[in-house]
Design a protein around this ligand. Structure first.
Ligand code: 5RP
Length: 236
């Protein structure tokens, strides 16, 4: 399954493989989105095929749903599952309190809904994503297409009034068109450099008309599984 991997892919793979051991027979499991989560889905597919693991997966994107079905995982919707034992997902940044920035892959809305509906969230990541303060990675904010430029202006004004560094927000593009999420929305990426108070920023963002969700995951992640390029894994 792995062939010759670059150190970063090896780190993602070993983290995903270790986290796959958290999945037990009979569980309902949220399946994240992104390259690290894709390794997890492939590992779980192997466990279903070779070890007879029986669980139900709730994907957080159409991409993950397709891959999960392809590797033989039984896929159900969140409404069918109602509540999940566990969600395993990647992240773009994590800090020492296990707060996260997510949404680099554009799936933050379903990812946050699914993680919040889970008894525990396990994040799988390479070591390079650990930061002292969140914010070097641009913060994704999902906005509805109607009036997005007005929402954009409101976000920038709010960042200035909050005295947040950076302050510029850019519309995520897919070629020459705006990126469209699975829910039919756009994403604004906020270039903040440093988020001094992520809890406050997350609350302020979600109060704005036009904003659907932001990529700050505060007090949602319980465990982080960190992979290293030499194959070591650390669980925190
Ligand atoms: C998708 C996400 C991903 O988990 C995040 O972007 C990390 O991706 P990768 O595992 O490819 O580095 O939040 O919306």
């Amino acid at each position: 399954m792995t062939g010759e991997l670059s150190p970063i892919d090896k780190a993602k793979f070993v983290a995903a493989k270790r986290a796959a051991d958290f999945v037990e027979d009979g569980m309902r499991v949220g399946l994240g989105t992104g390259s690290t989560a894709a390794w997890l889905v492939r590992c779980l597919g192997e466990m279903v095929r070779d070890e007879g693991l029986k669980f139900k997966g709730v994907p957080t994107s159409t991409r993950t749903a397709e891959l999960a079905r392809e590797v033989g995982i039984e896929v159900i919707s969140l409404d069918e599952a109602k509540w999940l034992d566990l969600t395993i997902d990647g992240a773009d940044e994590f800090d020492t309190d296990l707060n996260l920035i997510k949404g680099g892959g554009g799936a933050l809305l379903q990812e946050k809904i699914v993680a919040t509906a889970s008894d525990q969230m396990v994040v799988i990541t390479d070591a390079g994503k650990e930061v002292e303060t969140l914010g070097a990675f641009p913060l994704p904010v999902e906005v509805i297409p109607f009036g997005w430029q007005t929402t954009h202006a409101l976000i920038e004004e709010t960042l200035i009034s909050m005295d947040v560094l950076g302050r510029s927000a850019t519309l995520r593009m897919n070629g020459d068109r705006p990126y469209i999420t699975d829910e039919g929305n756009h994403i604004l990426d906020l270039h903040l450099q440093r988020i001094g108070n992520p809890r406050q920023l997350a609350l302020v963002m979600n109060q704005m008309p036009g904003v659907v969700e932001n990529g700050l995951f505060i007090d949602i992640c319980d465990t982080v599984v960190i992979g290293y390029g030499d194959g070591r894994v650390e669980v925190r």
